[in-house]
Design a protein around this ligand. Structure first.
Ligand code: WQD
Length: 350
């Protein structure tokens, strides 16, 4: 079986991608320092796939420890790089933390890819590189605009680094620009585990609905959109995960047209914040306690993908609609609550 290294394998998109890779016949190892994730995801992966995943608890900023993982696994045929900090707001407050972590990690990883002649590299990027687009939907040919945050800047720099590295080294790469990944695996055994107060919309919705948050805010309803709230392209995390498997197969089959192809991963449909809330309420039967708040700095008004390239070149077929995104997100939130209640009971009993 062809071995793939997934960095950030204990994280949200990383864990879902590992499940998809295993289900498609790949052998997988993970590097995750668990600074922003837990090993809980590996348990979920094992219960879904009945396969045990080895995770190397290594900080990619530590070159020697990263190199040692490659020395132990010289048969790696591809790397999928997810491990990075991704909180937009935090990056505005602590830019150096983001530049150091996200850029140093990538440099060390690329040095190892070169040293150990790994032929394929997939980079986790984001639609944030487009900034506020002049028109929508956006294709991969749209201009890269000044990043709205240091987080976005690290994604733009990361794309440049992978692009130049692939041009000069014997590596073929792919940049995958996610729109807004949401939802959870249908088994509700893995999902998003936001640390602290959720910044992203869907975890804010589900945590408010389950009572973890007393209420949530809609950050602005006075934008020039159909109902005044911002437009995004929400895409199910399992559809995002499968696109990574397809991207690897595309590279392994040498179907790539350049040394660094780029693909948008979105549904191609724009959904407003208020539409997302309405869909959630319909799916869950829960009336959401929200208030209209002020606009959030840095928010893009409206963006959604033209995904024709990923559909035609990767053979990507989207399986989950907005209802499924909300249903699986809600099922996962309910599962977390059951788990937390059990842990509280055990703590009381012991
Ligand atoms: C979506 C919309 C908010 C929370 C960012 C990154 C992107 C990716 C996903 C990493 C906006 C509104 C949100 C809330 C709200 N990051 N909202 N109330 O900002 O589009 O994308 O996260 O992979 O790269 O840029 O996602 O979910 O934070 O916000 O009204 O409590 O929901 O204002 O309009 P965003 P988001």
């Amino acid at each position: 079986m062809q071995k793939i290294l997934v960095t950030g394998g204990c994280g949200y998109i990383g864990s879902h991608t590992i499940v998809d890779l295993l289900e498609n016949g790949f052998d997988v190892i993970s590097i995750d320092d668990n600074s922003r994730s837990t090993l809980y995801a590996l348990t979920g992966i094992e219960r879904i796939t009945h396969k045990k995943i080895k995770n190397y608890k290594v900080d990619l900023k530590n070159f020697d420890e990263t190199q040692a993982v490659f020395q132990e696994n010289i048969d790696i045929v591809g790397v999928i790089h997810f491990a990075a900090y991704k909180a937009v707001g935090e990056s505005v407050e602590q830019p150096l933390l983001y530049f150091e972590n996200n850029i140093f990690s990538l440099i060390n990883l690329l040095k190892c890819v070169k040293e150990f002649n790994v032929p394929h590299f997939v980079f986790s990027s984001s639609c944030t590189v487009y900034g506020n687009p002049d028109s929508i939907p956006v294709t991969e040919k749209f201009p890269i605009k000044k990043a709205e945050s240091p987080y976005g800047a690290t994604k733009q720099m990361g794309e440049e680094m992978v692009n130049e590295f692939s041009r000069t080294e014997n590596v073929s790469s792919i940049l995958l620009r996610y729109f807004n990944p949401v939802g959870a695996h249908p088994s509700a055994l893995i999902g998003e585990l936001p640390l602290g107060k959720p910044m992203n919309l869907i975890p804010a919705i589900t945590q408010t609905a389950i009572g973890k948050l007393p209420k949530m805010f809609v950050w602005g309803n006075d934008y020039d959109t159909k109902d005044g709230s911002c437009v995004r392209d929400y895409i199910h995390v399992c559809d995002i995960a499968h696109a990574h498997t397809l991207a690897l197969q595309y590279l392994l089959n040498k179907n790539n047209s350049t040394k660094c192809d780029v693909f948008n991963l979105g549904t191609g449909t724009g959904v407003t914040v208020l539409e997302a809330i309405k869909t959630f309420e319909k799916v869950s039967g829960v009336k959401l306690n929200y208030e209209i708040g002020p606009r959030r700095n840095g928010d893009v008004i409206a963006i959604y993908a033209n995904n024709d390239l990923a559909v035609s070149s990767l053979g990507w077929k989207i399986k989950y609609d907005l209802t499924e995104m909300m249903r699986t997100a809600w099922a996962w939130e309910q599962k977390i609550k059951i788990q937390e209640d059990l842990e509280k009971q055990n703590a009381l009993l012991n």
